[in-house]
Design a protein around this ligand. Structure first.
Ligand code: NAD
Length: 412
């Protein structure tokens, strides 16, 4: 890798538009990365992305190479393979496709010697996470999983305080993350269907990951009760879910998720957690209101965009564009920091001149530090997802991790 890696994003949907592409443009602007390519399965996706007004305004001087290159009515779901094959070795691939396609994209990238940043969840099966970890380690490549809530300062603050002993031990907690109703009308209706995913697998995994990130505890059993509902295209999904996750100290986290937060409500979603903890002779708590960050705006006109309202409670913390004097606008927030951290890890490992063994030593350091989620330090997420899928398809019965199909727990 030259000191400016090429970056290829596979998938040009919501997360690429809202967070990944603007973060990459900013990294390009400050001279950290080289050329950017985006490969979707349809030409219209990359065209819409290239023309997206908000991004164009923030980055008037930036562009990406787009695949498919020519108009075609047919989707090209295998095109990303040739795009990855055409990259020089040891660059960076970002997997931003629907959950059930992550494994194929990540393995294609690793087999062509590319570092990988994968949107969450890494994969849907624990065995696949183990395979990815082995393949990447063998080649001295980074796989970073983009659980961006980890880079919210409040998560890092809670983690540090918890690990210093300020909260005692987590016992009972409740977390929620409901996306807005309009999500049902998006491309989600084509893939977030009952056979592929569910509201817990899609968004609940954030709070499972955060609980481990803060406390270091590991999940041991999961039950998820899901309510089937219809997307506008008639396909069925578990659009409401209530999960119970039991941890290795006997603690319990309840997680509620749905695509059902009213479009008329302020803010882009509702989310947060309350963790009740216990010391020797005192209780402790951690409460995070993750949707309301203390700002209330009431505009004189209706803003454009799905779920945008005349009264708004914007979050300054996830992703915002600021005018810092131009040209364009500067993206700030933990969405940007998360991408920057993972790509920096790829570049750090790649710049190691001591050969494969030295790179592998760095990979193990990243695993042990545990700030960036990697297949080796966060595959409990895949175990939870696998158990959750088994549970939700069986009316919410409890599935023990290590005793279900997910195999033995392998915390490292
Ligand atoms: N908070 C988060 O971390 C967060 C938030 C949103 C989405 N995500 C994750 O990001 C992923 C994508 O979600 P999204 O919201 O962007 O979904 P989306 O449906 O808006 O976009 C998916 C994109 O993948 C592309 N795609 C599908 N099959 C492809 C193929 N074979 N080759 C190339 N491109 C292909 C589609 O063209 C589309 O552009 C999911 O795994 C989701 O869970 C994470």
């Amino acid at each position: 890798m030259s000191n400016k890696p090429q970056v290829t994003v596979v998938g040009g949907g919501m997360i690429t538009h809202d967070q990944i592409l603007p973060s990459l443009y900013q990294l390009q602007r400050v001279g950290r990365i080289g050329d950017i390519t985006v490969c979707a399965s349809r030409r219209q996706t990359v065209e819409a992305l290239a023309q997206a007004e908000g991004i164009a305004r923030a980055f008037p001087e930036h562009s990406f190479r787009a695949f498919p290159e020519a108009d075609s009515t047919k989707a090209q779901p295998e095109l990303y393979r040739s795009v990855i094959e055409s990259m020089p070795p040891r660059q960076i691939v970002i997997a931003a496709v629907p959950d059930q396609l992550h494994y194929d994209v990540i393995m294609a990238a690793l087999r062509h010697d590319q570092h990988v940043c994968a949107v969450k969840p890494l994969v849907l099966q624990h065995a696949q996470a183990v395979e990815i970890e082995r393949e990447a380690f063998k080649r001295g490549l980074v796989v970073g999983i983009e659980y961006h809530k980890r880079f919210d300062d409040r998560s890092l603050m809670a983690r540090r305080k918890y690990r210093e002993g300020w909260f005692g031990e987590f016992k009972l907690g409740t977390a929620r993350l409901f996306e807005k109703w309009y999500y049902r009308h998006s491309n989600f209706q084509n893939w977030m269907t009952a056979e592929n995913s569910d509201a817990f697998t899609y968004i609940g995994c954030h709070y499972v990951d955060l609980l481990h990130f803060i406390t270091g505890l590991l999940p041991v059993a999961v039950s998820v009760y899901g309510i089937r509902d219809k997307f506008p295209n008639g396909k069925e999904g578990f659009l409401w879910a209530d999960a119970r996750v039991i941890w290795n100290n006997g603690a319990c986290l309840n997680v509620q998720n749905g695509l059902s937060f009213p479009d008329a409500a302020p803010g882009t979603n509702t989310q947060g957690m309350m963790l009740y903890c216990s010391g020797k002779d005192a209780g402790a708590l951690i409460e995070h209101h993750d949707q309301f960050r203390g700002m209330k705006y009431s505009y004189v006109k209706q803003p454009q965009g799905d779920g945008a309202n005349i009264y708004a409670e914007p979050s300054p913390d996830y992703f915002q564009y600021l005018d810092m004097g131009g040209p364009g606008l500067v993206p700030v927030g933990y969405g940007y920091r998360s991408i920057e951290y993972i790509l920096s890890a790829c570049m750090r490992v790649e710049s190691e001149t001591g050969g494969l063994v030295a790179r592998q030593k760095l990979l193990r350091e990243l695993d042990t530090q545990g700030i960036m989620a990697t297949p080796a330090n966060s595959s409990y997420n895949e175990q939870v997802i696998e158990a959750a899928r088994e549970s939700i398809l069986n009316g919410g019965r409890e599935v023990k991790i290590g005793q279900g199909k997910s195999g033995p727990q392998t915390p490292r």
